[in-house]
Design a protein around this ligand. Sequence first.
Ligand code: HEC
Ligand code: HEC
Length: 327
Amino acid sequence: MVKHAVALMLSGIAPAGAVVAQSAASAPEVPAWAFPNTSPPFVAARLPYDSVTLLHVPNSTQTFTLARVKNTFAPPDWYPTSHPVMPPIVATGRPRAVWACGYCHLPDGQGRAENATIAGLPVEYFVRQVADFRTRARHSAVDTWGPSSRMNDVADSVTDAEVMEAARYFARIRVKARYKVVERAKIPVTMQVGGLYAVSPAGGTEQLGDRIIEITEDVERHELRDAAAKFLAYVPPGSIARGKVLSSSRATSKAMACATCHGPSLRGAGLVPPIAGRSPSYMFRQLVGFKTGARSSATSGPMQAVVSGLGTNDMIAAVAYAASLTP
Ligand code: HEC
Ligand code: HEC
């Protein structure tokens, strides 16, 4: 723990909030690096924030202004032919009570590292999660972390009928491969932008240590909510092979193999959600949530048992492997 804090200080990365560990020695670790700051001052300064200047992303014929991109009740749809017709709750939400699901999760549900990929989830699992956000049986291990607490707000106001419409819509869409997992001991110096990381323009390198640093490969495309923008996740050397053992080995004493429940290629099985090819930092936050009890709904028992035997390194390895697979 102390080692992490020192590494963070040496690398010049301000821990996101003070929540690095709980007070009791045996309490689960809640690493600050997994909850990066959500304000993106760097990008805002580069793109003109008005409702006049038309902005573009590669491979899309659409144009939107930054004011439109930031409209929580009419988010941009850069690839309108890449998904079925959106139900109103996804496209516009319900002004002013419920932000459009498509604002954070994107019109095709591919999501972003700081929220969640919700395309391709089993309908029943999807509906149950929103209900759990509403009762707070599911919340973030860092309660003040913006993206997650806003999901709790959405769950408070959305109706069951709207959730069902959204769940059926997103279940029809296939998940795209957008997360590349790369093992490195040393990584470029990064900065926190909007709930994830980007390479710092100042340059330089630093030790990764026991962290997952997930970066957007193009800050502007990310800021423009381009659903085709890609992510790169740096993980410690050896993580993917170790995660593979955790995922598939029957002999491992640490935890029940992930594949037992999530399916042989981790693409989900029945009501157990798919985890192949999803954001590793999202998944890591979920494992921390199961471990701290922030995710403690009626259906979370199996996962709470799984993570009770895993340390931070094991959890990094398990999600690194899952994220490296084809969704
Ligand atoms: C402000 C951004 C935001 C909006 C708007 C939003 N979500 Fe979310 N959603 C999130 C975040 C962040 C998470 C991950 C929360 C966590 O567990 O930390 C999430 C998680 C979810 C999950 C769980 C996914 C999983 O794999 O378990 C579902 C389902 C979901 N959202 C549905 C919806 C629906 C339906 C809407 C529209 C009514 C919506 N969301 C609108 C941010 C948002
Ligand atoms: C005994 C069955 C079981 C095993 C073994 C298991 N899982 Fe799970 N997993 C589940 C269930 C069930 C859920 C949904 C929990 C809920 O409803 O809250 C889940 C949820 C998850 C989630 C959250 C997904 C989301 O969309 O938010 C992640 C991440 C995850 N598991 C990773 C793993 C990893 C990594 C392993 C192996 C180290 C593993 N699981 C082993 C049953 C299992």
